[in-house]
Design a protein around this ligand. Structure first.
Ligand SMILES: NC(=O)c1ccc[n+]([C@@H]2O[C@H](COP(=O)([O-])OP(=O)(O)OC[C@H]3O[C@@H](n4cnc5c(N)ncnc54)[C@H](OP(=O)(O)O)[C@@H]3O)[C@@H](O)[C@H]2O)c1
Length: 354
């Protein structure tokens, strides 16, 4: 919006709107619009405050129940944390749940590879956050168990790879599309969250190297990602689980900036106050190093992806800000708040799935 002189010297303001049309509106109208905007913002804030502090009802007097699968994982754990103040009844599941982590939530063990084991976890559940490495043959059984329990909505943790066409993403793409499609075809309202690279990958891939050698060995230091924080994925997931606003959508979620791996290491270095050298290593050495962390199918995927990502910046979307109403976490903010993971004596996650 930029002020401009108008006919007869009246102060006018120019608005850019769709299709590059422009409308001229005088200052009084702008003032009235600003007041209306501020009033609607206030109403929005009050609604958010109110809805965060009251139970979410599915029927009169019956509180909505949400099941979070993969609850011991990075994204699932953040979702359980964030659901605490929403007023829904929360149940957390994975194969080895730690009840003491969420004394205010129910924790129930279940194995996604064996859908019948999820019956106690699914009992009385309205909406499910689905983390799934499910084998395709288990998906119909999983959908059947959810339907039998009366589940209406499934929020799927998918991947940005579902939107890509390079051959190296094919395994991951099909694996996640199978889950998205099984939930859609199962008759549930679905929301598919399709994040790009997790910021947390730095802990999985580099924390041990940084702590023990103060260096990071990389096959493609110029490879670019837009790393996203678990907390941002979780905030969007909570929105999807507890409101109807995102129903039916497939949403690509990314961090706010495309950064080379070299830049990511530099940011971590500043966050922990230590110099970390980046050492470029050949493909064969990288396969041995990262093959200790990744299963073979994901080693192939990532080696292809990292090589490809040298050629262009990572996709960046504004979905986190658009949905949550606040900017996505920057890598500087993420590295600062997770700096402990890169310093001595901190337990880094040793194994990974992508
Ligand atoms: N890393 C990335 O850059 C990236 C990017 C986009 C999408 N993704 C997707 O994100 C997902 C991983 O999410 P995440 O990193 O938050 O997970 P995570 O940290 O690897 O944790 C997942 C949790 O799920 C539980 N789990 C594993 N197998 C299970 C099973 N068969 N039944 C029940 N629970 C099981 C595990 O706990 P228990 O051992 O107690 O069962 C584990 O703690 C994957 O689908 C991946 O493809 C990753």
């Amino acid at each position: 919006m930029k002020p401009r002189g108008g006919p007869g010297g009246a102060a006018l303001v120019e608005y850019g709107i769709q299709d590059h049309q422009q409308v001229q509106i005088n200052r009084r109208e702008i003032h009235q619009m600003n007041i209306a905007h501020q009033q609607s913002l206030l109403v929005c804030m009050l609604c958010r405050f109110y809805s965060r502090n009251r139970p979410v009802f599915r029927r009169k007097g019956v509180v909505m129940r949400v099941l979070v699968t993969g609850a011991r994982g990075g994204v699932g754990g953040c979702i359980v944390d964030r659901l605490r103040d929403t007023g829904v009844a929360v149940r957390a599941t994975c194969r080895h749940p730690a009840a003491q982590r969420w004394p205010w939530a129910e924790t129930v063990a279940g194995d996604l590879d064996h859908p019948h084991t999820l019956r106690p976890a699914l009992d009385g559940v309205d909406a499910v956050f689905l983390y799934s490495f499910a084998q395709p043959e288990t998906l119909p059984g999983l959908a059947a168990e959810m339907r039998a329990a009366g589940v209406r909505k499934v929020v799927v943790l998918s991947t940005i790879d579902t939107t890509r066409n390079e051959p190296f993403v094919e395994y991951n793409k099909q694996r996640h599309l199978a889950v998205e499609n099984a939930m859609h075809d199962g008759g549930f309202t679905t929301v598919c969250l399709r994040p790009g690279a997790f910021a947390r990958n730095a802990i999985r891939f580099w924390a041990n190297q940084i702590r023990s050698e103060e260096r990071v060995r990389l096959p493609f230091p110029q490879s670019q990602q837009a790393p996203i924080a678990d907390e941002d994925i979780a905030t969007v997931a909570v929105h999807a689980l507890t409101s109807q606003q995102l129903d039916g959508q497939k949403i690509v979620l990314t961090g706010p900036h495309s950064l080379t791996m070299r830049e990511q290491v530099e940011i971590i270095s500043q966050a922990i106050g230590k110099t970390i050298d980046v050492i470029e290593i050949p493909d064969t050495e990288a396969r041995v190093l990262y093959g200790r962390i990744l299963p073979p199918e994901y080693l192939e995927l990532l080696m292809g992806q990292w090589a490809f990502e040298v050629t262009e910046p990572a996709v960046v979307t504004d979905a986190v800000e658009r949905i949550t109403g606040r900017p996505a976490t920057t890598y500087v903010e993420w590295a600062t708040s997770h700096s402990d993971a890169f310093t001595e004596n901190s337990p880094a996650t040793a194994r990974t799935d992508t």
